[in-house]
Design a protein around this ligand. Structure first.
Ligand SMILES: [Zn+2]
Length: 299
């Protein structure tokens, strides 16, 4: 954290980093391909092409573009969101960054959370455990009550899948669903896993006959689900604990965004310090540079 603080302490340090990621081999005009530009004095971190006059900001196409907040605040917020093992609430973010208003902190959180799904992510494949669960949700007055399994009328229903590699979980997916019927669960599986995946579920009939999926249904006694499907069950229980711990119970509004946040953190649990670039929307353009490489360059 101190290393990060030292590396990205000023606006120009953040801007230099953005420049280097955008143009690793030097400036290239997105309009004409020209390689010469002037840094404008009047607009922050914006370059004007010497050939065609087009102006390009280092933040163009990122989540930070046209924001009035300093780059240092964006970098810090993304770093805290990505590295905090449980995530961070808007109030915590406001305190940590010394932001003047809760509203600003909330907007930052909301924008960063929306950046947590990569639209080009690869489907799960190989061996995948899938199951569904009911999440008790919080309203202003109601206490959090966990209803009986699969009696989820009016509750928050979530489908989940975990990819297993060598007996260990790799990536996960979670999705809000409307019901536990065949239509909903088939759509979830087909949108989540690659063809010819070996899918392991319990013997709930809605999982049967999914096209192009090799399905292994396990008949469970009432207590055996966590043994037959250990990883998806661990994921669900961690999700519920996280929802209670960080948010004091998840709310129905924006539930999918919270699921995305949980999955983002789970899928990057071993590369958290490098994940901030993904949140800032600057990770996709070039191959991600591991954080220790950045530190070495700076030293
Ligand atoms: Zn140009």
């Amino acid at each position: 954290m101190l290393e990060f603080q030292g590396r990205f302490a000023t606006e120009s340090a953040c801007a230099e980093y953005l420049f280097a990621r955008r143009w690793p081999d030097g400036f290239v005009c997105p309009g004409c391909g020209g390689g010469r530009a002037w840094l404008l004095q009047t607009k922050a971190f914006t370059y004007e092409c010497a050939d065609c006059g087009r102006q390009t900001s280092v933040t163009a196409g990122t989540i930070m573009h046209a924001s009035k907040l300093p780059l240092t605040v964006w970098f810090w917020a993304a770093f805290l969101m990505a590295t905090h093992s449980n995530g961070i609430s808007a109030l915590q973010l406001q305190n940590q960054l010394g932001l003047g208003s809760y509203r600003t902190a909330w907007m930052l959180c909301a924008k960063l959370r929306r950046a947590m799904v990569n639209p080009e992510r690869e489907p799960l494949s190989g061996l995948v455990e899938a199951d569904e669960t009911i999440i008790p949700f919080r309203t202003k007055n109601d206490p959090v009550v966990l209803p009986a399994r699969r009696s989820g009328v009016g509750k928050m229903l979530v489908a989940g899948a975990v990819e297993i590699d060598g007996g260990k979980p790799r990536r996960a997916r979670l999705q809000v669903i409307e019901g536990f019927d065949k239509h909903q669960l088939h759509a979830f599986v087909l949108g989540t896993v690659a063809p010819h995946t070996r899918l392991v579920t319990d013997d709930w009939p809605s999982y049967q006959d999914i096209p192009a999926i090799r399905h292994n249904a396990i008949t469970l006694g009432p207590m055996a689900a966590h043994i037959a499907l250990p990883w998806i069950h661990r994921l669900f229980s961690n999700l519920k604990r996280w929802g209670l711990g960080v948010y004091h119970g998840l709310r129905k509004t924006n539930l999918q965004h919270y699921l995305d946040e949980f999955v983002f953190r789970f899928n990057r649990r071993r590369t958290r310090h490098a994940a901030f670039v993904t949140l800032l929307g600057i990770g996709a353009r070039t191959a991600p540079a591991p954080y220790h490489v950045l530190i070495r360059k700076a030293a």
